[in-house]
Ligand binder design. Structure first.
Ligand code: HXC
Length: 516
């Protein structure tokens, strides 16, 4: 029997219902809150006309807690495949108009289906979140449903890029799928919380809601849960496109190169005067990064979290590189717990996706004090060592000023498997700064001197001569080449070209035991 007109009319009617999600009134409510609908977001993100929807008609058949009266075609999530800048992606977009986008068994089946296909096809998985968490009326079914997504997020991890944007509430179990993905973007009226909702009284008596606790400023600035924030939904969705442009489709590919008119021979004279005369004065390492890489290509990730480290992506001669840098303009560039987590995570993302890593070093060491020690700076700092040592992508380090003690080692020193290390003449490579070293080594000598002040100044000066320059490190092969700052772009470009075909393998094992 063929398709009758009635069959086709039924299908079109169902399709119409699916397009309306929870109904026109709820769509209006969504718009009144300044939010797009799940489908409008997909339209904005994907190349025009590229969306192929799957699972459009899936609907639950449960009856508990009045669910029989709340059956919506599609069940509150839109899933399928499309293209971003011509490259295929799998994506899901939660629909808040259907029972607050609450997560159900059917949603899980729909998302699992496209995640499985994304993994097999080697294409990125994109999530657009707007959800009140596990659908309470489904009980354990909705909890198990989350479990199905979590295991897929983990199986996809390091194989295909996974990016989640949060564009509304992201409550309860909804937070953990994003947390297992590679990048979280928060935009518009988004907020994330695991436990709530509730009103909390602070010690000063003011009332703080879960929204206050979990907005974009909290998660991109304080908790470090999210990586990027945008004021509008459009800006947030654009960030997905930008991020993807630096990433390959999967871990068997390299990021696609783009055409650039920026010559690799460009020499940037401003770099020669970037480092202040006073070795303790700050400067912004982002000025160096912007000057060295293809013009306008630097894209910072987690700019508001642990600002003492800068991480992100840029391009050299049109090819993506991952950037790791100390930031002397914040906390003198010292490493601490949060910056260690930030750096280690970015190194691992770059390594998983075959993106060469360039590290800029200007770090006086790890931040001292009980706050850091009690907080486990040893365990967190070890993540940086682990991540660099484990990485097999091309790695180049550039010492711009201080590379002291543990920070010298941690920040991709030669032993941490840096392939090539440059230093500017301003490089200072030592176990510790002059003052500290002299106090430890020459205390008695200084005390007993006829003029202790003069003696101390004399020893400090000789320590500076010996260690606070890059030449001793070059003598012993820890620095491969000392370069004039304005030569950095051409030298780095050539180094990356040589290293492009680098092959290194780690010993076979189930997995390493990275300190977490
Ligand atoms: C079922 C839900 C829901 C949920 C919201 N809704 N969350 N339905 N299960 N989890 C429904 C509401 O009942 C409402 O339906 C509609 O969605 C819109 O919700 P509102 O509350 O009117 O919207 P808003 O004021 O914007 O508040 C959004 C919200 C709030 C902050 C997300 O709805 C909320 O607090 N929801 C519960 C959040 C939560 O605690 N989730 C955790 C679940 S447990 P009607 O028909 O009345 O309009 C969990 C554990 C998993 O996830 C752990 C795994 C590790």
């Amino acid at each position: 029997m063929g398709n009758t007109e009635k069959d086709i009319a039924t299908l079109l009617e169902k399709r119409k219902s699916a397009m309306l999600g929870g109904g026109q009134k709820r769509i209006d409510d969504q718009h009144n809150k300044g939010k797009k609908t799940a489908r409008e977001r997909i339209d904005y993100l994907l190349d025009k006309g590229s969306f192929h929807e799957f699972g459009t008609y899936a609907t639950h058949s449960l009856t508990t807690f009045g669910l029989d009266k709340q059956r919506f075609v599609g069940d509150g999530v839109v899933t399928g495949f499309g293209k971003i800048d011509g490259r295929p992606v799998a994506l899901f977009s939660q629909d808040f108009t259907v029972m607050g986008g609450s997560f159900s068994e059917v949603q899980s089946q729909k998302i699992s289906r496209i995640a499985d296909k994304a993994l097999e096809a080697g294409i990125p998985l994109i999530g657009i979140g707007d959800s009140g968490g596990a659908r309470i009326q489904e009980g354990v079914r909705s909890l198990a449903a989350y479990g199905e997504i979590f295991v897929r997020n983990v199986m996809c991890s390091g194989v295909i890029p996974q990016i989640q944007i949060i564009l509304g509430p992201c409550a309860g179990g909804a937070v953990y799928s994003p947390a297992l993905m590679d990048f979280i973007i928060m935009a518009g009226t988004s907020y994330m919380f695991l436990t709530g909702p509730q009103v909390i009284k602070t010690v000063t008596g003011e009332e703080v809601t879960t929204e206050d606790l979990g907005g974009a400023a909290v998660h991109t600035g304080t908790s470090g849960v999210a990586h990027l924030a945008a004021d509008t939904e459009e800006d947030g969705l654009d960030m997905i496109k930008t991020l993807l442009s630096y990433l390959p489709q999967n871990n068997n590919e390299e990021p696609a190169p783009i055409q650039t008119s920026d010559s690799i021979e460009r020499q940037e004279k401003s770099l020669d005067t970037l480092i202040p005369d006073d070795p303790n004065s700050p400067y912004d390492i982002r000025d160096a990064i912007s000057a060295v890489f293809d013009t306008g290509s630097f894209f910072e990730v987690q700019p508001d979290f642990a600002a003492n480290a800068v991480v992100g992506f840029a391009r050299m001669d049109g090819r993506a590189v991952a950037i790791i840098a100390n930031q002397p303009a914040f906390m003198g560039g010292a490493l601490d717990i949060n910056s260690s987590d930030k750096i280690a995570r970015h190194v691992r993302i770059a390594d998983a996706f075959n993106i060469p890593i360039v590290t800029f070093v200007d770090c006086p060491g790890f931040l001292p004090g009980t706050g850091q020690e009690y907080g486990g700076v040893i365990r967190h700092g070890a993540k940086i060592l682990y991540a660099y040592c484990e990485a097999t992508v091309p790695m180049v380090a550039i010492v711009t000023r201080k590379a002291m003690g543990g920070a010298y080692l941690a920040m991709n020193s030669r032993q941490m498997r840096s392939d090539l290390t440059f230093s500017w003449p301003s490089g200072q490579i030592a176990v510790m700064g002059a003052e500290g070293a002299v106090n430890i080594l020459y205390m008695k000598d200084i005390k007993e001197a006829a003029d202790p002040k003069a003696r101390k100044a004399e020893i400090i000066e000789s320590y500076r001569q010996e260690f606070l320059n890059p030449y001793r490190a070059a003598d012993v092969g820890q620095i491969d080449e000392i370069i004039v700052p304005h030569e950095t772009r051409p030298r780095l470009a050539r180094a990356l070209e040589v290293l492009r075909t680098k092959i290194t393998q780690n010993p076979p094992r189930k997995h390493g035991l990275m300190p977490v």
